[in-house]
Every structure is written in structure tokens, then in C-alpha cells.
Design a protein around this ligand. Structure first.
Ligand SMILES: C[S@@+](CC[C@H](N)C(=O)[O-])C[C@H]1O[C@@H](n2cnc3c(N)ncnc32)[C@H](O)[C@@H]1O
Length: 365
């Protein structure tokens, strides 16, 4: 897969559109400000990796893994995927966590047949490692997390399932992941490794398979977003600054609870301002051509609804460039893995509607 070509295409797209989309007075902004709720939601959920002209989305890794030359035998050795409900390893988990762990596992299992050690980094409650343990034979499984309660929970759950998985406490930003790998052929996997954790894993020594699904981009410092030598050689040609600002403002979509919170923010800002509308909101109203009467105790709810509705649409302008920005960062990770001698791939391992952070970057050798 030509990730470098994708990288430059995506960066040109972002350079061209990001400027327009964050200005209220441009035509695209006006269009978005006036979208009704249904179209707004359709747009939010519709903009995914494949639409962005990013690396081809391979949802069916079963057939994808057959396409990768040399891996047919590996795939043939993997057991058929066990029904997640029947394994019992996901007891009392939210549906979303089950789907994420199960689909992540399905994506990597075809590549684990010849590994004798798998480490789950940032293992949290250990849901992914338990499913991997259940699905693999002759492969030792371990997990590391920096949180004591998370390690305790994962140990407890493994014990409940009668599984011989080793969980240990460790901070992978401080400790060398390579020395935690004690197999002949090792794999490192991480489901939603926050911030820099995913990038850190990509540079692990002694790993024959690396698979990460990054999240929490806002925890990364600007200088650490791009990891490949290619990106640093092209730094002056693409708009890295915008990508970093989109990423740090939180690549992702507002959850319903966050939308409500924002409505409350609008409300309290007006009330605490003595029923005056702040400059920020006046700007949004002007740009959308809306006139509203001065707020008072009687009409405050209606006015807050108008302003909040416009704010939501403005946030969509940022959200529209989030997914391509995230694709660019995933592409950069894939290039970095190629630079380190891996075959690399980027896939969407769950639908975006289930989890906005749905990229899985994988390297194998
Ligand atoms: C979003 S949770 C994901 C947990 C689990 N992988 C899952 O999907 O359910 C992120 C986890 O990363 C762990 N973590 C964050 N930074 C870490 C670090 N530097 N070293 C090890 N674990 C870390 C946190 O303690 C937390 O359990």
C-alpha cells in the first residue's frame, strides 16, 4: 500500500479545506450553520476513513490477511473465531467494549499463529487479552498497565476465567517495552492506548507484530504527533500545524452528554453575564444572519437553544476535518512502521458509529 502517496493527498486536502471550514463567513460555513438536525447527524456519522481518500479501508481482515503474501499459512493455523458471548470472557461488559475487543482481536488473530508471546499494553481490564488467550493455543499472553486498580481487575477477571495470563504494573512511557517481550516471536497489541502510548509502542524492539488503535490525541504534545522520517522530511509542505491543532482540540465527535453540557455552558454564560449575550455568541448569530431579542427570564431557554444549535453546527466544521486529520496521523504511523522494516496496514476495525476512534495501525514481519 502506497502510504506516502496517501499522506500527500490527505495533507493537500486538509491544507485546502481546513482554512475554509473554521471561518464562519465562508460559503461552506454558512451551509453547515443552516443544516437541520437530521442532515447534521448524517454528516457526523458519514465521514469515515474511506471517504477521506485515506488508505483503503479493509473491514474484512479475514480475506485481507489472505491477500498478504506469505500469510496464508498463518491464517490457516488460526482457530475459527469463538462467539464472544459464548466464551464468557466479556461477562458484565458494555456492548461497545465487547465489540471493540472482539473486532480488534479478530483483526490481529490471523497474524498471531506463529507468535509465542503476546503483550497487551495499556491493558485496562484485560478484555482483549482474555479473548486472545481463549483463541490461541501455545502462545503466552501478558498485559501491562500503569494503573494499579486496572491491573488488579484484569488479574481478578483472568482468575475467574481460569486463565494463566500474567498482568503487571508498568509505565511504558518510562520503561522499555522491548525488555517486557520474552518470546522468540513477539506481538504487542494495544486497544485505545492513550496519547503517546500508541506512538511509543510503534518503536518497540523485538516485536514481530505491532497493532495499535490510538485514542486521546489531545494528550499528545505538538512535536510528538508525527513519527515517521517521511513526515519530518515533508514538514514544510503540509499543514502539520493545523493537524496538530485539530488533534489537540480532540479528534472525535461530541457525545450527546457533551452536547448537553455545552448547552448548559451557553445558558450559564448568558445568565451569569446579567442576561447579556457575549461577543462570541453575537459573532455566531451575526454570521448565521439570526437576530434574537435581548434575553430575559421568559425567553432565555429559546435563545439558548438558538445559540447552542448554531454552536453545534460550527463544531461540525471542525469535526469534518477531524477524520481526515486522524487518517493522516494513522498513515504517518504506517509509514513509520514501514521505515522500521514492517509490512504495514491501516484498517477500520469497528464502524465509526460504534467508536469514533476506530483506526487500527498494524505492522508485521
Ligand atoms: C482508554 S484505557 C483502555 C483500556 C483497555 N485497553 C480497554 O480498551 O478497555 C487506557 C489505559 O491505558 C493505561 N495507560 C495510560 N498510560 C499508560 C502508560 N504510560 N503505561 C501503561 N499503561 C498506560 C491506563 O491506565 C488505562 O488503563
Amino acid at each position: 500500500m502506497d502510504f506516502k502517496k496517501n499522506f500527500m493527498e490527505l495533507s493537500s486536502f486538509l491544507k485546502e479545506y481546513s482554512v475554509n471550514l473554521v471561518d464562519y463567513n465562508t460559503e461552506p460555513s454558512q451551509f453547515l450553520l443552516n443544516l437541520d438536525e437530521a442532515d447534521y447527524n448524517a454528516l457526523i456519522h458519514g465521514f469515515s476513513l474511506s471517504d477521506a481518500g485515506a488508505p483503503k479501508s479493509i473491514l474484512d481482515m479475514e480475506s485481507a490477511s489472505r491477500e498478504v503474501s506469505g500469510f496464508e499459512n498463518v491464517y490457516a493455523k488460526a482457530k475459527p473465531f469463538a462467539n464472544p458471548e459464548e466464551t464468557g470472557v466479556f461477562k458484565n461488559l458494555k456492548r461497545r467494549s465487547v465489540e471493540e475487543s472482539f473486532n480488534f482481536a479478530k483483526t490481529v488473530i490471523p497474524f498471531l499463529g506463529d507468535k509465542d508471546f503476546v503483550l497487551e499494553v495499556a491493558s485496562g481490564g484485560g478484555h482483549l487479552s482474555r479473548y486472545l488467550y481463549h483463541s490461541l493455543s501455545g502462545t503466552r499472553v501478558a498485559g501491562v498497565d500503569k494503573s494499579g486498580p486496572a491491573v488488579a481487575e484484569s488479574m481478578h477477571r483472568a482468575h475467574e476465567n481460569g486463565m494463566d495470563i500474567t498482568y503487571f504494573l508498568g509505565d511504558v512511557m518510562e520503561e522499555d517495552i522491548g525488555v517486557m517481550l520474552d518470546g522468540k516471536r513477539n506481538a504487542v497489541v494495544s486497544l485505545h492506548g492513550c496519547g503517546n502510548v500508541s506512538n511509543r509502542i510503534l518503536s518497540a524492539e523485538n516485536a514481530d507484530l505491532i497493532a495499535v488503535s490510538p485514542c486521546c490525541y489531545h494528550k499528545i504534545k505538538d512535536n510528538d504527533y508525527f513519527v515517521s522520517g517521511y513526515a519530518s522530511s515533508k514538514r514544510t509542505e503540509f499543514d502539520g500545524g493545523t493537524i496538530c491543532s485539530v488533534a489537540s482540540s480532540g479528534i472525535g465527535f461530541f457525545l450527546p452528554s457533551e452536547r448537553n453540557r455545552k448547552r448548559e455552558e451557553v445558558y450559564s454564560s448568558i445568565v451569569s453575564n446579567g442576561y447579556n449575550i457575549s461577543d462570541e455568541y453575537t459573532g455566531i448569530l451575526d454570521a448565521a444572519g439570526k437576530k434574537v431579542p435581548s434575553p430575559n427570564t421568559e425567553n432565555i431557554d429559546r435563545i439558548v437553544d438558538v445559540i447552542h444549535g448554531l454552536k453545534k453546527r460550527h463544531s461540525l466544521m471542525r469535526k469534518l476535518i477531524c477524520k481526515p486529520a486522524e487518517s493522516l496521523l494513522s498513515t504517518d504511523k504506517a509509514i513509520y512502521l514501514q521505515e522500521r522494516g514492517y509490512d504495514a496496514n491501516v484498517v477500520e476495525y469497528v464502524p465509526v458509529i460504534l467508536s469514533p476512534r476506530n483506526h487500527l495501525v498494524m505492522g508485521y514481519r
